[in-house]
Design a protein around this ligand. Sequence first.
Ligand code: MEV
Length: 315
Amino acid sequence: MTYCSTPGKVILFGEHAVLYGEPSIAVAINRRFYCDITESKRDRTTVNGYPLARRYHSYIVECLNKLEVEDELEIKTETELDSGTGMGSSAAITVAILGALRKLLGEDISEEIIAKDAFSVEFDVQGNASPIDTSTSTHGSAIMVSEKKEKNFLWDVEKEGRRWNIHHRDVPDLTLVVGNTGVHSPTPPLVKKVRKFYERSNFAKEVIRDIGEIVRESCVLFEEEDLEGLGELMDKNHRLLSILGVSHPKLEKLIKGARKYSYGAKLTGAGGGGSMIALTDRPDKVADVIKKKGGEPYVLDSTDKGLSYHGGKEI
Ligand code: MEV
């Protein structure tokens, strides 16, 4: 039996811009995905007792294909990451399943190998994607993805002629509140919408570059542990994302409410609905406002703990 877990993540800066060569920073959070995998005594692979089906388990099917697993397995999962909340549930599932499978098969379980495979699976399932979610879920702490190689370089990832350098970033302990709008908003159409705007407009290209500049500025503020400065940058980053057309009236409502008790707030992930995030030292107040405005709050802390193997504990 292999039992392992992976953290979710939230993108602090640089979503969308990361698909155009700009940097992005995400932080691992203290909500996790857990799985254990054993060889099955039955003649088929099951997930939580149900037969494996691409329709319900697309990421798991792709992980099994990636590692060319033919044995029948019993896969059990548990999650603290609701899907569609911007907390990286699909990346966490992918990293944990690949990590558990590799361990069960006696293969290399280094972070780099697992993160690269996980990105490739996410790319195959989702289409256009950056490696920010899967790298953060594997490594924990915070990850900066950028075109340029910088200090604390971990590994690089290449896909379809693009290269991303993955870096470890130290961040101070952060208290964050995610507010889910409840508006379902799949990533691929939003990525396409921004791409269209980008290809047609020099103004959109400038906005993307400005987001990149914000990410670079944030690196200095993380080192200085300047939460007020980081909050201001979050507000700025959100304005630019709104200009790109990926905000939503419900996001605006939650962000406006949360800002009263926060250093800063912005949408997180692809936008168009989904979730916002606030950096705060008054998480209960922010959570209350989010609830009052019709959102679902999640109070989170950052964590250093990435993919972890746990001996003997069954789900
Ligand atoms: C989605 O979580 C973030 C995007 O930048 C896409 C990606 O980086 O894969 C919109």
